[in-house]
Write a protein that binds this ligand. Structure first.
Ligand code: PEP
Ligand code: MG
Length: 554
């Protein structure tokens, strides 16, 4: 019997063989019902409030059982479930006689429409809001909570897309792989699966035809899903992959190539809790501290003292080791209320990242003051600080001067192609580069990183992106300055080898991805990395580049 192969974008490598389990469906949209009689409306409002509180409370309980990013995601969803905006809108409708289920539907859809119009991360929040809608309506109807099932034996979890709250509680011993119909390589689903080390394929075409319980073989490296494969063959592949995974589990740093060249592997963190967790991993330091993620709900600019306390937690977690702090990368997919730009036509190309300093005078300088204060208190001998969304040499020079005045070591992210193209001039101004491949890919291919329909474009294996990385790394070698990668590309073990071959000196990623990258590097010599890089650079397509690099490993 010939098996059917489905294809998606493989974002977390690994092979899994198990039956499909779909996320539990959301309750059907509520249909217009009889208006609630006037005397019963208060009780109906109370019924709504209890249901919404129950949902928020369950998120709180889950958050309390988790730590780091998972706890943060669940806490943020609990806050959204308590958000006064949509709740008031629902209560208003109930007061006018609308049954609670219908009021929840229409209040949330109103907000979703607004969020979708804003695009970027706000659009992603639409997924969270709809998730809350589904849970509140299910609660009102007395149905089981929709979302991820709790299986008793290992499964491949299939979903249209997963809300952050779903992915935060996945148990990797039961959910052996994750396959979604939508989502892209930098979507939340991809980031969380990478942290958990679960093979993951997103934007999988034809997945909707796969029935519950169908045996699936998932290859998270190639993005191939084999439906009803030959069981003996599939089991053998999954077992072989298990050997690789066991090696990864046992891997210990520091990372080096097979011939002993050290490659610095660092962690991406977003707060003190994540940094403390990362400090227990094999991370040699922090390569990207996303400071804006500390302030996603801040309505006003945090004081110098508040900022310094938060930054100090990260410095302290990695005392005596390298920590690269990124100044606020607010805007576009990471809106921060106190510096939000509500009326931008095209937020990804708008006033975001370093550019916020143009509309909010002194914002970046005040953050640098706080970083300096935190570094002094934590006795950091050399605090590395980098700016996001830099586009011109003058911006880099101005940022570098502001850092140096405060005794901070300045760098810039390579996210806009202009930086790679003029890399020598930029490196004459700053002390290091950190390549943000997520945005570099978005801007090189002119493809929104949140758009699942463009997942084949927002792929850092695109040869044009690799070529820009080569330009940046070559300039680093000429000037003797470090050039790291801190985008999701660094967490792809095969691509990590190619990046080393391109001349990149450090790789920063979710701490959970470090062992698989470290183990892979241990199997390749520097010479082989260079050959893989040349092969990938010569490719015409992202898929071709990946295949050529993989072939050189075999
Ligand atoms: C990047 O763009 O690759 C990056 C690391 O920054 P962020 O993902 O936070 O935009
Ligand atoms: Mg970026």
């Amino acid at each position: 019997m010939d098996s059917v192969h489905l294809h998606g974008t493989g974002v977390v490598p690994g092979i899994a063989y198990a039956p499909a389990a779909w996320t539990r469906p959301a309750p059907a949209p509520a249909r217009a019902g009889q208006p609630i009689p006037e005397p019963d409306r208060t009780a109906e409002r109370d019924r709504f409030t209890s249901a919404a509180d129950a949902v928020a409370g369950r998120f709180d309980e889950r958050a309390a059982r988790q730590s780091g990013e998972a706890a943060q995601v669940l806490g943020a969803t609990a806050a959204l479930a308590r958000d006064r905006g949509w709740r008031r809108a629902a209560q208003r409708e109930i007061t006018e006689g609308t049954p609670a289920e219908i009021a929840v539907d229409s209040a949330i859809e109103g907000f979703v429409t607004k969020f979708l119009a804003l695009g970027g991360l706000m659009a992603e929040r639409a997924t969270d809001l709809r998730d809350i809608r589904n849970r509140v309506v299910a609660e009102l109807l007395g149905l089981p909570e929709p979302g991820v099932p709790t299986p008793s034996a290992p499964v491949v979890l299939c979903a249209d897309d997963l809300a952050p709250a779903d992915t935060a509680t996945l148990d990797p011993s039961l959910i052996t792989a994750l396959v979604t119909r939508f989502g892209g390589p930098t979507s939340h689903t991809a980031i969380i699966s990478r942290q958990l080390g679960i093979p993951c394929v997103v934007a999988a075409g034809g997945l909707d035809a796969v029935a519950e319980g169908t045996a699936l073989l998932i290859d998270g490296a190639t993005g191939t899903i084999t439906v009803d494969p030959d069981p003996a063959w599939a089991r053998q592949l999954a077992e072989k992959d298990q050997v690789r995974r066991d090696e990864i589990r046992a891997w210990q740093g520091p990372a080096h190539t097979a011939d002993g060249q050290a490659v610095q592997v660092l962690a991406n963190v977003q707060d003190g809790a994540a940094a403390r967790k990362a400090a227990t991993s094999e991370a040699e330091g922090v390569g990207l501290f996303r400071t804006e993620l500390c302030f996603l709900t801040a309505q006003s600019e945090p004081s110098l003292e508040d900022q310094a306390r938060i930054y100090g937690e990260v410095f302290d977690a990695f005392a005596g080791r390298k920590v690269v702090v990124r100044t606020l990368d607010a805007g576009s997919d990471k809106p921060v209320p106190f510096v939000s730009q509500d009326d931008e036509e095209n937020p990804a190309l708008g006033v975001r990242g370093l550019r916020l300093g143009w509309i909010s005078s002194g914002l970046i300088e005040r953050q640098l003051d706080a970083i300096k204060l935190a570094a002094e208190r934590s006795r950091v001998s050399e605090a590395w600080v980098m700016a996001p969304m830099v586009a011109t040499v003058d911006e880099a020079a101005e940022f570098a001067a502001a850092c140096r005045e405060r005794g901070l070591k300045p760098g810039v992210m390579v996210e806009v192609p202009s930086v790679a193209l003029l890399a020598d001039q930029f490196l004459a101004e700053v002390d290091f580069f950190s390549i943000g491949t997520n945005d570099l890919t978005q801007y090189t291919l002119a493809a929104d990183r949140m758009a699942s329909a463009l997942a084949h474009l927002t792929d850092p294996w695109q040869p044009a992106v690799l070529r820009l990385i080569r330009l940046a790394a070559d300039a680093g070698a000429r000037s003797g300055k470090p050039v790291g990668v801190c985008g999701e590309a660094a967490a792809d073990p095969l691509l990590a080898a190619v990046l080393v071959g391109l001349g990149v000196t450090s790789l920063s990623m979710a701490a959970g991805a470090i062992p698989s990258v470290g183990a892979q590097l241990g199997h390749v010599t520097v010479q082989r990395c260079r050959e893989m890089a040349e092969a990938a650079l010569a490719a015409r397509t992202a898929a071709d580049a990946k295949e050529r690099a993989r072939a050189m490993l075999d």
